[in-house]
Design a protein around this ligand. Structure first.
Ligand code: PRT
Ligand code: ZN
Length: 285
């Protein structure tokens, strides 16, 4: 039987979350430290541990069938692969930043300056779209020190919390690209491999959906139920069971993580008591 080859980052910001998500799909593999490739025990998949920059290339060439990589790396690489699923982690942005004391009103202020970056392609596309000509200085690491050593006027780099910019005396002036980890696939997978991928996607989606929702149990007097039902659209109508306490019911439902605290408050105000909230492991529609 064929195995689907999945490339993930060997060591770095996406490694832990990638492995965690695979494990949550009930796919386990031996401790991988130091290995380039390992096979899962309980799913027809092989995991390749690579540098993130190599993943788009490997997937394009079919050395790996699928891969998890940052959209920033993928777009910069310009490799031909299909995007399958946004993973919901590794979120960051690619931004332009300048020294804090520089007057900055618009991107036109960067015309004819030099900008240091590890993302020349994305930056060039952005500058072209804005009709700004600047000299792009490609460096592979520690981009944030370029202005202070006189290498460039501005930088274009990944920002997450902004603390790296702050501690280097820089300010973020334009966000040019939003990124998160994404699952990509080789353009021509065999039917058999596509089938394995679909099984994996079914699991991944159930896990991701579960992470976005919570299971909720509450008690309420029967006269409050109509108001409570209005607050609980859920995936199905909520389950209602009579309590031994006369005139009271227990309600079970699923609510989204997004507006969770607001909903709990509203449920309380509507008469709910003894609200119990639990994580969901898998959620399948
Ligand atoms: O060794 P390998 O080549 O595999 O790893 P790498 O060092 O190239 O990549 P790594 O592990 O640093 O990042 C992998 C991916 O994580 C990136 O391609 C992004 O898609 C994503 N990601 C998410 C980030 C960040 N957040 C991030 N904060 N990548 C880098 N950073 C760096 C950024 O370059 C800057 O130096 O963190 C600094 C800024 O962070 P803040 O929080 O100070 O703003
Ligand atoms: Zn890298």
């Amino acid at each position: 039987m064929q195995k689907l080859k999945l490339a993930i980052q060997k060591k770095g910001r996406l490694s832990e979350e990638s492995i965690k998500l695979i494990n949550e799909c009930d796919i386990s593999f031996p401790n991988s430290s130091g290995k380039l490739v390992t096979a899962a025990y309980d799913f027809p998949i092989e995991i390749l541990f690579l540098r993130d920059d190599d993943i788009p290339d490997y997937v394009q060439d079919g050395v790996a069938d699928i891969g998890i990589v940052g959209e920033n790396v993928l777009v910069e690489s310009n490799k031909k692969v299909d995007e399958v699923l946004k993973m919901g982690f590794g979120k960051c942005r690619l931004s332009l930043a300048v020294p804090r004391n520089m007057q900055y009103n618009s991107i036109n202020d960067l015309a004819n300056t030099s900008i240091a970056t590890s993302y020349p392609r994305i930056l060039q596309n952005y500058l072209d779209a804005k009709n700004v000509k600047a000299d792009i200085h490609v460096i592979s690491g520690s981009v944030e020190i370029a202005p202070s050593i006189g290498l460039a006027t501005a930088i274009c780099d990944i920002v997450s919390t902004g603390s790296t910019l702050l501690s280097n005396g820089l300010k973020e002036v334009e966000q040019i690209f939003q990124s998160e980890a994404i699952l990509v696939k080789h353009k021509n997978l065999s039917t058999e491999k596509n089938e394995i991928l679909n099984n994996l996607l079914f699991r991944l989606e159930a896990v991701k959906r579960a992470q976005k929702n919570k299971y909720i149990l509450l008690n309420a007097p029967n006269e409050s139920l109509p108001k409570i039902f209005d607050l609980l659209p859920g995936i199905n109508a909520p389950t209602v069971q009579a309590l031994s306490k006369q005139g009271w019911s227990s309600v079970h439902s699923v609510i989204t993580q997004k507006d969770f605290w607001e909903k709990i408050q509203q449920l309380k105000e509507a008469g709910a008591e003894g609200i119990l909230v639990m994580p969901i492991e898998k959620l399948i529609y």
